[in-house]
Write a protein that binds this ligand. Structure first.
Ligand code: ZN
Length: 367
C-alpha cells in the first residue's frame, strides 16, 4: 500500500505569514531545500502533500505575548480577548508582502498559484504544490471593494471576511473554551456586499472564523455552497471556533464542505493546547463530520505552520500516518480519496464554476 497516496489537498496553512515574518530570501529558499517548519517541498514529497489553501493573514501590531497566550490555552477554560481592529492602510502592505512571497515561491517552481481545478491538476502533474491564494480577514480591502477586484485579478480565490478580530465587514468568534459560537453580531451591511461581490467574482467565502450570527448571515445571502476551511465538531470539543450540529446541517444542505482542523485546541475534548494528543482524536471528529455532512462534504484543513497539532503529525512528511489511521479505522479507499482531496476539488469546481477536467480521466482509470 502506497502511504503517500492519495495526495492531500488541504484547506488551510499559514506558511506565507511565517515566511513574511522571517523576512529573508534565505527563508524562501528553504521552502525548496528544507526548513524548520511544517511545510516545505521535501516534506511535501515525502508525505504526499499536494498543496491547498495558502492564507495571507495580517498579525495584530500590538505584540502579543505568545508564551503567555499559550499558557492560558493550556488551562481548563479560557476566554481570550480579541485584538483591536487593524486599519486598511496598515493591513495593505502586509497583505501585498505576503502575496509577493507566494508569487516568489511560484517563480522558484515550488508552488503553482491555482485559479481553477484544472490548475490544481496541472500542479500535480508538474509535481509542485498547488496553492490557492486565500485571505484570512478582509482588513486590506477598501469599502469600495476595488482592492477585492484587484486581488481577484491577481489570483485571490478564497476569502474569510474576518480572522476572528473585527473588521468593517463583520465580527468574528473569539477564542473561548468552553463556549458555543453564538457570540456577538455577525456581518455588517458592508460585509453582506462583500459576500455578494465574492459570489459574483467566484471567490469562495470561508466561514471558519465567523461567529454564529455571521455564519447565518452568509448562509442567507450567499448563493454558493457554505464552506468552513478549517473547523471541527462542536459536539466533540466545545470550543467557540467549532461548528454546531445545526451549522453542519446547513453546510450539508448547501452541498458545502468542512476541512478538519488539526489544531489540538479545536480537537481535544478538554480544549487544551497540548501536543500530546492522539491521532485517534481526529478520527472521532471525522466520524462526526461524516455523520453530519455525508461522505462528499468532508476534507482536511490542517492549519499547518499556524497551530499546534498532534505531535505524531508534526509536519506534512508525517501525513502517511493519517492515511494509515483512516485505513485502520475502517475507511475504504474511495472515502479516503474523497477526504484527502476529491471533495475539495469537487467543491471548488462547484463554487468557482470551473470544470474539473480530471474527473473523466480519473473515472476511466478506475474502470
Ligand atoms: Zn485560521
Amino acid at each position: 500500500m502506497d502511504d503517500t497516496a492519495p495526495f492531500i489537498f488541504d484547506g488551510h496553512n499559514d506558511l506565507l505569514s511565517k515566511l513574511w515574518r522571517a523576512g529573508s530570501m534565505a527563508a524562501l529558499d528553504e521552502v525548496s531545500t528544507g526548513r524548520d517548519g511544517a511545510i516545505d517541498a521535501i516534506k511535501a514529497r515525502a508525505g504526499g502533500f499536494g498543496g491547498g489553501f495558502f492564507a495571507v493573514w495580517v498579525p495584530s501590531p500590538a505584540a502579543m505575548d505568545l508564551e503567555a497566550l499559550f499558557e492560558l490555552m493550556r488551562q481548563p477554560s479560557y476566554d481570550i480577548a480579541l485584538p483591536d481592529p487593524v486599519e486598511c492602510e496598515d493591513a495593505l502592505p502586509v497583505v501585498l508582502g505576503q502575496m509577493a512571497v507566494l508569487f516568489a515561491l511560484e517563480r522558484k517552481g515550488v508552488v503553482r498559484v491555482c485559479r481553477s481545478v484544472a490548475d490544481i491538476r496541472a500542479a500535480r502533474a508538474q509535481g509542485v504544490m498547488a496553492a490557492i491564494l486565500h485571505m484570512e480577514g478582509a482588513e486590506a480591502i477598501d469599502v469600495d471593494l476595488h482592492a477585492l477586484d484587484v486581488f481577484h485579478a491577481a489570483g485571490l480565490r478564497s476569502l474569510g471576511p474576518v480572522w476572528s478580530r473585527s473588521t468593517m465587514y463583520g465580527h468574528g468568534v473569539p477564542f473561548r473554551y468552553p463556549s458555543g459560537p453564538d457570540i456577538g453580531t455577525g456581518l455588517t451591511d458592508h460585509g453582506l456586499r462583500l459576500v455578494r461581490r465574492c459570489d459574483e467574482l467566484g471567490i469562495m467565502v470561508d466561514l471558519s472564523h465567523l461567529n454564529e450570527a455571521g455564519f447565518w448571515d452568509v448562509a442567507r445571502h450567499s448563493t454558493k455552497p457554505l464552506v468552513a476551511t478549517h473547523s471541527n465538531a462542536h459536539a466533540l470539543c466545545t470550543h467557540s471556533r467549532n461548528l454546531t450540529d445545526g451549522q453542519l446541517a446547513a453546510i450539508r444542505d448547501s452541498d458545502g464542505m468542512v476541512g478538519l482542523n488539526f489544531a489540538v485546541s479545536f480537537l481535544r475534548e478538554d480544549g487544551r493546547k497540548i501536543a500530546d494528543t492522539p491521532v485517534e482524536t481526529m478520527l472521532r471528529h471525522l466520524d462526526h463530520l461524516l455523520d453530519g455532512l455525508g461522505e462528499d462534504r468532508v476534507g482536511l484543513g490542517s492549519d499547518y505552520d499556524g497551530a499546534m497539532v498532534p505531535e505524531a503529525l508534526d509536519d506534512v512528511s508525517t501525513l502517511p500516518i493519517l492515511r494509515r489511521a483512516m485505513r485502520d479505522h475502517g475507511y475504504g479507499e474511495d472515502l479516503i480519496e474523497k477526504i484527502c482531496h476529491g471533495n475539495w476539488l469537487r467543491l471548488l469546481a462547484r463554487t468557482w464554476g470551473t470544470e474539473d477536467p480530471g474527473r473523466d480521466q480519473q473515472q476511466g482509470e478506475r474502470e
